[in-house]
Design a binder for this molecule. Sequence first.
Ligand SMILES: [Cu+2]
Length: 76
Amino acid sequence: MSFAFNGPLTVSPGAQVTVVNKDSVMHTVTADSTGGFDVSVPAGGTATFTAPTAPGSYSFHCSIHPSMKHGTLIVK
Ligand SMILES: [Cu+2]
């Protein structure tokens, strides 16, 4: 990730989404709006979360590094 999210990411409703962290520090993938996804991704590791079931565009951020640019998950 290099302190930046790749994307935008397009997935199917309810899909299992695996993210890869290529940095040497932990990041999170946290939906900007509550009730969405929120996973911690260990340094050099992966994490999997379930995409929302409602189609739409979901922006997300890293809760550890507020200065990181937000990413976008598109569900359709
Ligand atoms: Cu981070």
